[in-house]
Every structure is written in structure tokens, then in C-alpha cells.
Design a protein around this ligand. Structure first.
Ligand code: SF4
Ligand code: SF4
Length: 376
């Protein structure tokens, strides 16, 4: 038996042991397996190289990868491309950019062929109602901070653009300097009936190099940071951020979609993934492997390590990648029946954020309605 087969067998045996001891968890486990089937072949698509903002430390423009592809502007080509992707078995699409809200005709073409997906947008543009994907809207702080960090005053605009839109969920990117703004932003989003998740700032290599060598600020994606003041976490600030988020999870259960188990796992000090000799994550589900492939704006498969090629793996806590990785790595959560239940919470968190399940699902309860989760 190979080492992999052995550890898979051990994982399955341990899960079975918890299910036998706690039969009420079994329906939740079956739902978790359904979620995994939906994600069995998930690809990432950069739809456009255009954006209308200038975010500090931008994942897309702060690095050279985007320069390797020229955007195909013919939407008919995109239609053919997405049809081929669906025929190849793609079960879920992650749509990003730069800003995918600027390429909505392509989103419509994608939705014709790939029924499930998620759009990662800056929220400045409404997404047409006939596009059936979940929508993740990035937030970088309160009104003033947003203007400062994103080069545009888009805070209220994004809240208004997505009022009463059941597809929408806000994703607040936390860094050590905007922690104090979290409670106020969550309160506002609650007042407007929105939901929120938290992402921890994950620096690009280029951002780290500029900080390390004390580079001068520019007029684009490194306007504000310096060696003395920047968005990097150390262990102390990371654990402080974890504590603030855990408090908000308890305070706003219908508004905050982050589960406690995910929040604790994603803020574990040190690298989240095992790194190879060149510092690249081995066990990250965002890597371009057989089950996941990123495509650049020319519709060609990316030869980069992942869909966020500029980000430093050792400090990567990107929430989409982390949750997709954890869902396929239950072995991380098998110390006790309680941690296993935490893994089920994480799978359910994915369903609420990415599969459009609107009603809050009580964490830790077996009785759930997942009518939406019928894997094809
Ligand atoms: S919205 Fe900000 S982070 Fe996203 S591509 Fe545009 S500049 Fe970059
Ligand atoms: S940067 Fe993040 S998403 Fe990309 S391979 Fe590394 S850990 Fe995975």
C-alpha cells in the first residue's frame, strides 16, 4: 500500500469512528461530500486585465504574471472556450480579473455552460441579475480607509450596488492597521442586510521585496506602505486579528459567515501549507494541478504555480484557496470529534458563501436544509 493510500485509509477510518460515535453528524458529513463533488473540478478564470481601482499591494497588478497574456476581446471566443470547459467536466468556476464586473458579457457566456461559480469583484459595478453566480465583494476597511487603500471612494457604492442581492457576500481584507474598523463595518453591513467574510492580507513577493529594501512609493500599487508601516502580519497581530474576528462571529451569527473553525485554522501561526525547497506550497488546492487550472485573459492555461502567482506561499492565507484546501483535507481536523465537527462547519461555510445558501445555518446542528446541494 502506498503512503498516500495508507493515510487516506487512516483518515476514512477516523472519520467513520466519529460518525459511529456521533450518528447525528452523518447527514452533515454526507452534505460535505456533496460539496466536495461540486468542487471536484474547479477552474479559475481571469476574464479581463482591466480594473477601475488601484488597490495597495494588488494581487493582480503587483507582479509580472499578468503581463504574460493579452486579453482576448472577442466574446464569441469566450463562449466557445466555456463550452469546452464544461465539456471537459468543470463543475465550478471562480471568476476574477483584474475586475470581472467589466467583462459581464463573458460572465453570461460562462453561465450558459458552467452552472455554478463565484465572482470576485471590487463591487463598483452591479452584476447583471441574470448571472447566477455567487458574488464576493472585496472590502478593505471603512469609508476613509477604502479611499486611501483602493484609490477610490467605493465603500458606500458597493453597499448600495448590491442591496437586496442574495448572491452577494462582502469579504473584508484584514491587515494589522484596519483591525479597529472591523466592528463598525460589520454593524453597517448588518444594518443593510448584507453578509460578510474575512480575508487576511497575503502579500505578493513584489510587495515583500519593496518592504524589505525600503523601496520608494510609486503612484500605482505601492503608494502608502513602507518598511515601518505596512500590511504585513506578525504572529502577535495575526492572533489579535483572530480574536477580533472570533468575537464578531459570536456577536453577529446571521451576518458573519466565517466559522470559528475556519478562522482558527486560517490564522494558525506559520505557513498554512507544506512548502517545497523553492518555497512553493505542495498541498494547496489553488495550485495548477489536474483538479484545478487557472486560465489567463487569453484563455490559455496558466503555467504559473496557481491562480495567485504573485503571492508568497509562506504567508498565503487567501480565504478562497484556504477554504477549498481545507474542504479536501479533513485530516487537518481529526484530532477530536469536536475538531471534526469544525471541519463540517467549514464545509457548510463554503455552501453559504459560494453556493448561495441564504439562510443562516446553525453551526454544529445536524438538521440542515441543503436543497441546493445536489451534485450533478
Ligand atoms: S480591484 Fe484592486 S485588487 Fe482587484 S484587480 Fe483591481 S486594483 Fe487589483
Ligand atoms: S500563493 Fe497561495 S494559492 Fe498560490 S500556491 Fe502559494 S499558497 Fe497556494
Amino acid at each position: 500500500m502506498t503512503l498516500h493510500a495508507h493515510s487516506l485509509r487512516t483518515t476514512n477510518q477516523r472519520i467513520e469512528g466519529y460518525l459511529n460515535a456521533h450518528p447525528a453528524l452523518r447527514p452533515r458529513y454526507e452534505q460535505a461530500r456533496a460539496i466536495r463533488r461540486i468542487l471536484r473540478k474547479s477552474n479559475n478564470y481571469d476574464l479581463t486585465s482591466r480594473c477601475n481601482l488601484f488597490c495597495e499591494g494588488c494581487f493582480y497588478f503587483e507582479g509580472d504574471d499578468y503581463k504574460r497574456a493579452a486579453e482576448d476581446m472577442d466574446d464569441a471566443h469566450w463562449d466557445t472556450f466555456f463550452a469546452a470547459q464544461a465539456a471537459a467536466g468543470v463543475s465550478f468556476g471562480f471568476f476574477a480579473g483584474a475586475e470581472p464586473g467589466l467583462a459581464q458579457e463573458r460572465l453570461l457566456r460562462a453561465a450558459k455552460h458552467i452552472p455554478r461559480g463565484a465572482i470576485h469583484t471590487n463591487g463598483t459595478l452591479r452584476i447583471r441579475p441574470e448571472i447566477p453566480y455567487s458574488i464576493q465583494i472585496s472590502v478593505w476597511g471603512d469609508e476613509d480607509t477604502t479611499k486611501h487603500f483602493r484609490g477610490g471612494n467605493v465603500f458606500w457604492k458597493s453597499i448600495r450596488n448590491f442591496a437586496n442581492d442574495p448572491r452577494a457576500c462582502f469579504v473584508f481584507t484584514i491587515n494589522p492597521n484596519n483591525l479597529s474598523q472591523l466592528p463598525g463595518v460589520v454593524r453597517i453591513l448588518q444594518d443593510y442586510g448584507h453578509r460578510i467574510m474575512f480575508n487576511y492580507f497575503s502579500p505578493t513577493q513584489s510587495y515583500l521585496e519593496k518592504i524589505a529594501c525600503g523601496a520608494d512609493n510609486d503612484k500605482d500599487y505601492f503608494r502608502i506602505s513602507s518598511s515601518a508601516t505596512n500590511m504585513l502580519f506578525d504572529t502577535g497581530s495575526l492572533l489579535r486579528a483572530r480574536a477580533v474576528v472570533n468575537e464578531l462571529i459570536g456577536q453577529y451569527p446571521a451576518t458573519v459567515l466565517q466559522s470559528r473553525a475556519f478562522n482558527d485554522a486560517v490564522t494558525a501561526p506559520g505557513p498554512l501549507y507544506s512548502l517545497d525547497d523553492s518555497g512553493i506550497a505542495r498541498n494547496c488546492n489553488g495550485r495548477n494541478f489536474a483538479w484545478h487550472q487557472g486560465y489567463r485573459v487569453d484563455m490559455q492555461p496558466s503555467d504559473a504555480k496557481c491562480c495567485m502567482p504573485n503571492v508568497d506561499c509562506a504567508q498565503c492565507r487567501l480565504y478562497t484557496i484556504a477554504i477549498a484546501s481545507f474542504i479536501f483535507q479533513p485530516e487537518r481536523f481529526l484530532d477530536t470529534a469536536q475538531t471534526f465537527e469544525g471541519w463540517l462547519d467549514i464545509c457548510e461555510q463554503f455552501a453559504r458563501v459560494y453556493l448561495g445558501q441564504r439562510e443562516p445555518v446553525p453551526m454544529g446542528e445536524a438538521a440542515m436544509s441543503f436543497a441546493i446541494l445536489v451534485a450533478p
